[in-house]
Write a protein of this length. Structure first.
Length: 421
């Protein structure tokens, strides 16, 4: 194995390698060979590369095959080969590199840089180096401007193949790759668990709420099976708006809330002094209220407040509604507005163009008719059922994020620092 740079050492090594020599560094030009074979008349899937995802068919990413007359000039890439997409992204500002796996053969745009690793190196190990963005840290100095008109960075093949990869002996490369691959499998399994829960909830929602044109849901809890039919009621008959204005003191510290889209709930902003709020109208957050973001209500920016928001404030863009006695459960209404039917109604009450122009009209919102059980106990049962699944999804999602964070920290230990490379 030819070493091209000074030796380096990671912070963490497996016990069997701790007393071995320090790592060397190998230029990509010495570790691989460029791929120049053209697709020609072969019928292959034209692909692109998405940061964080890898290879995707062009028809899936762009909605159509964009290869056109350039197709025959595309590069023939086989399983095991690597491709560098020098388009910038948030995840990989200097471009991303992925190894083709499970596709057999594809057609890659010839503006990408394709290469095949020499047999003395472990492909999975190099893929983790690219995932850690070891290449990006070195290419950064060559990028003198933003993306060109075609969206690609001005990185030449010579500059790319001059990237230096920290390389221990092959058996240590394999050990690192095996360790991270096993962790990836755990992360993937946890990701599937989260998606299964989300799919289960979507299916349950379809059963617990009546479908369009139907008076009753397909599924009811046993204790309510013989209850009367559901009915439609205007929001104004179920809720009343509450707005307790705050007299902002310049030197007093306040904490505002916001509402995420897609039913992702309330979030708490950083504390600020009253003088930073200025003339903006703000109101006390009321507990157990239905609250909406009028700018993104059409995107299901709807939530309910809890004891966690006591003492906080919200701007006039976040109207709050409390239940009229005995009329409804606000948690049920939140769950209703997170259904497709609820989303449609929020869109109806948010006239205008796209994005920030689709502002929720509060009068229009109060005139909306929603479908719900006559019994508030049944509303609560539905809300509690769905909330319990939401809690499970949130718990498993936190585990997933924790695993991803563990992997990121482990990679920082298993590879030398960028400065050392």
């Amino acid at each position: 194995m030819k070493q091209d740079r000074t030796t380096v050492v990671p912070r963490l090594r497996f016990p069997e390698f701790r007393f071995r020599q320090d790592w060397g560094s190998t230029l990509l030009s010495n570790a691989s060979v460029p791929i120049t074979e053209r697709v020609g008349n072969r019928k292959l899937t034209p692909v692109s590369i998405s940061a964080g995802t890898g290879f995707v068919p062009q028809a899936e990413k762009f909605g159509r095959d964009i290869s056109g007359k350039q197709y025959t000039l595309y590069t023939l890439v086989r399983d095991g080969d690597f491709v560098y997409n020098k388009g910038n992204s948030l995840k990989f500002p200097e471009g991303c590199v992925y190894q083709l796996r499970g596709w057999e053969e594809v057609a890659a745009p010839n503006v990408f840089i394709s290469f095949r690793l020499n047999r003395e190196f472990v492909a999975d190990y190099f893929q983790y180096c690219f995932e850690k963005n070891i290449h990006g840290a070195q290419l950064k100095k060559h990028i003198t401007s933003g993306a060109r008109s075609n969206g690609l960075l001005n990185v030449s093949k010579e500059q790319f193949f001059n990237v230096s990869i920290p390389t221990p002996l092959r058996d240590e490369q394999q050990k690192i790759a095996d360790c991270l691959r096993s962790l990836d499998e755990v992360i993937a399994a946890q990701g599937r668990k989260v998606e299964t829960l989300k799919t289960y909830k979507r299916g349950l929602v379809q059963q617990l709420f009546p479908r369009e044109g139907e008076a009753l849901p397909r599924l009811r809890f046993a204790k309510f099976a013989n209850n009367s039919s559901w009915h439609s009621q205007k929001i104004s008959s179920l809720l009343r708006k509450t707005a307790i204005a705050v007299n902002v003191e310049p030197e007093t510290t306040y904490r505002e809330i916001g509402i995420r889209s897609h039913g992702k709930g309330v979030f708490h902003k950083e504390p600020v002094q009253g003088k930073a709020i200025g003339e903006k109208r703000v109101f006390h957050v009321v507990q157990e209220a239905l609250i909406l973001n009028i700018v993104f209500a059409w995107e299901q920016a709807v939530a309910t407040t809890s004891g966690s928001e006591i003492g906080m404030i919200a701007s006039h863009r976040f109207p709050m509604y409390v239940a009229r006695p005995g009329k409804c459960d606000v948690q049920y209404l939140k769950e209703f507005f997170l259904t497709q039917r609820g989303k449609h109604l929020l869109g109806v009450a948010s006239p205008g163009g796209a994005g920030r122009n689709k502002t929720l009209g509060q009068k229009e919102f109060e005139n909306l008719e929603v479908v719900l059980p006559v019994s508030t106990d049944e509303q609560t049962q539905i809300a509690n059922c769905l909330s319990s699944i939401d809690f499970k999804i949130a718990t498993e999602s936190e585990k997933l994020d924790s695993l991803k964070g563990h992997k990121k920290g482990l990679m920082q230990q298993l590879f030398p620092t960028q400065q050392a490379v």
